[in-house]
Ligand binder design. Structure first.
Ligand SMILES: [Zn+2]
Length: 245
C-alpha cells in the first residue's frame, strides 16, 4: 500500500489510530531509512484506509515510487515471501523462529536457514557485429512485447553454461564470447537476474514451442515493442541501442 504525494507516491505513514491494528499482525520486518523506521507487514485483506492511500502492485510501484523506496519494498516482499514459506523446518518439521533479521533457526534440531535466492540468467544475443539483436516473446509474458532469452540456473551449472544452454534450447542457436554485464534483484518472488551479452555463433533460428510464441533478429531501426523500464531486459536493450554493449 502506498500513500499519495501530489502526482506520485511514497511509502505510507499510517495514522496513530491504525497503529494498534498493525501491531496485531504477524511477520513484522523493520527497516531504518533516512531516520525513519519502516515496518513491513502482511495485511490479510485489502483494507480501505481512505483516499490518501492506494493499493499498488509491486511491479507498478516501480513506476511511481522513488527508487530508494521501491528498493526497500522489493526487499521486504522477498523477505516476507521467505518468511511465509519457511514456517517449518525442512529436516525435522518443527517450527522455525527468527534468529537474526535475516536468518531462522529450528527449535527442534537447531538447523539454521537464510533467505533463498533463485539465480536466473538473461542474455542479449547479437549478430552481424552487433547490428542485430535476438528478441523473443515468451509464452509467460503478460503483454504483446518482445524480451530476451532468460532462464533459471540449474544445479551444478555455471552461469556461462546456463547462458549457452538456454539460448540453444530456446532458439537452436549457439553463442560465443559470453560476457557478464550487470544484475538485478527481481522480487517475483525471489530471483536474482544476472545479465549477459553473447555473440551469435551458429545455427538456424528454431524456437522452442513450449516456451516461446515468436522471436527473431531485429536491427535497432526496426525494434518491436520491448519490456518496460523496470526490467533488466530493457536496460540491456537500451545499453545496446546506446552502443555500450
Ligand atoms: Zn529441524
Amino acid at each position: 500500500m502506498l500513500q499519495k504525494c501530489g502526482d506520485s507516491y511514497i511509502l505510507p505513514f499510517i495514522a496513530d489510530k491504525y497503529e494498534r491494528f498493525f501491531e496485531t499482525l504477524d511477520s513484522i520486518l523493520r527497516y531504518e531509512f533516512e531516520g525513519v523506521v519502516y515496518s513491513s507487514v502482511v495485511v490479510p485483506v485489502a483494507i480501505d484506509f481512505g483516499d490518501a492511500y492506494s493499493w499498488v502492485g509491486l511491479r507498478e510501484s516501480y513506476e511511481v515510487l522513488p527508487l530508494e523506496h521501491y528498493t526497500m519494498v522489493a526487499k521486504s516482499r522477498q523477505l516476507q515471501y521467505w518468511n511465509q514459506n519457511s514456517k517449518y523446518c525442512g529436516s525435522c518439521g518443527r517450527e522455525m523462529s527468527f534468529h537474526t533479521e535475516i536468518s531462522k533457526v529450528c527449535e527442534g534440531c537447531g538447523k539454521e536457514i537464510w533467505p533463498v535466492l533463485q539465480p536466473a540468467i538473461i542474455v542479449l544475443v547479437t549478430k552481424n557485429k552487433g547490428e542485430e539483436v535476438l528478441l523473443v516473446q515468451s509464452r509467460n509474458f503478460r503483454g504483446d512485447y518482445y524480451g530476451l532469452v532468460a532462464g533459471y540456473v540449474e544445479t551444478g551449472e555455471t552461469l556461462e553454461e546456463c547462458v549457452y544452454r538456454e539460448v540453444l534450447e530456446e532458439t537452436g542457436c549457439s553463442v560465443k564470447n559470453i560476457r557478464y554485464i550487470e544484475s538485478q534483484s527481481w522480487p517475483h518472488p525471489n530471483t536474482l537476474m544476472i545479465g549477459f551479452h553473447a555473440e551469435y555463433s551458429e545455427g538456424e533460428l528454431r524456437l522452442q514451442d513450449s516456451e516461446l510464441k515468436r522471436g527473431g533478429w531485429f536491427p535497432k531501426s526496426k525494434l518491436p515493442e520491448i519490456p518496460k523500464r523496470v526490467s533488466l531486459a530493457r536496460r540491456l536493450i537500451d545499453r545496446w541501442i546506446l552502443g555500450e554493449i
